[in-house]
Design a protein around this ligand. Sequence first.
Ligand code: AMP
Ligand code: GLY
Length: 423
Amino acid sequence: MNVLIVGGGGREHAIVWALSKSEQVEQLYCAPGNGGIAALAQCVPLSATDVDGVVAWAQTHSIDFVVVAPDDPLALGMVDALEDAGIPAFGPRADAAIIEASKIFSKNLMAKYHIPTAKYQTFTELAPALAYIEAEGAPIVVKADGLALGKGVIVAQTVAEAQEAVRSMMDGRKFGQAGARVVVEECMTGPEVTVLAFCDGEHLVPMPSSQDHKRAFDGNQGPNTGGMGSIAPVAIPPSPNYTPEVARRCMEEIFLPTVAALKAEGRPFQGVLYFGLMLTPDGPKVVEYNARFGDPECQAVLSLLETDLLDIFLACRNGTLDHLNIRWKDGAACCLVLASGGYPGSYAKGLPITGLEDAGQQAVVFHAGTKLGDDGTVFTNGGRVLGVTATGPDLNAAIDSAYAAAGHIHFQDMHFRTDIGRV
Ligand code: AMP
Ligand code: GLY
């Protein structure tokens, strides 16, 4: 099969890497791809949000299957457009991807189907939102309704901070149309866990639990980023918190009810459903849904997959996930992100990277923001540059291997956290 993957970050490199091991794949293409993906797939210079361009290109290049990985094209209806053009595609249609694209939709869905989540109110006007915050008190959480590059959530410690956040979203239009409507919700407490799940519209198969590290600096300090590292499965010292018992509760109270709810609403979800969970003193609750693999959770989780990923994607697309036995490696994985100095603020691009080959002996180095030079040199080309991903018999071994491998890599002002998997 000729397979096209849409996207060009570390997550897409991990998907391309896993698909490249499938015997069914003849040729892989990636739009737009990056400097590392280019070693495994032919990169196509199309933007990941160019719906018409991707459909037209797939039609003229005998593409048998398209994997749409990022949130924006899913929300724009790229899967709908491909399927309507007769090209099978992996990912939810826009009417199901709305579970990520609209927080108001997802909160209302959870309320209707009794799926545990933070208590909330939604607002389309400023004055009632300000009054609600005043009445509820702090800490309190303010969320822009739409996609805001992961930056539309403010966990406010004071009433004034929450009111300022609502003002900047609704009046200042800090996130454009995405912030025209807001959710104000109760601040929950507890460890956070991500569970990604394959879905075929009716059935759901959870992957190993995982954890992102969103803050830029050690000790979960500093500004939020796209993710500075990940581990899978989750076992935070001193004791693992995503126990089999917690997993069973999540399956019964959250995962299966969510898939059933979307089906009942006439929006069957096919693709990867991302459950952002908080293990609160009252039990597991949903923080957020995404309609795709998380980045960098994907890199850690897929490095543990044993089953052919193309078989899984096709089963999701064809509604036959229940016929498949998905196998995972024992042990654990760690993805350590190497970022440009200054990220998530401004940073330089075009810096040469050394040591990739040596690092590759110990770990898989997924590229996120890189570009390939004419002479084969790899240059930095983004905030998150590389995701050094290692597996091991246990979490400590995986973490140690990822750090040892990263020790070979150098570029000017390289920045990474030293505590991935340890906080
Ligand atoms: P999101 O962009 O929706 O993933 O939210 C970003 C982060 O904000 C989450 O990973 C949580 O750490 C935090 N957060 C979101 N909603 C809540 C909530 N209701 N209570 C506490 N923390 C939250
Ligand atoms: N790692 C969080 C996300 O991809 O949204």
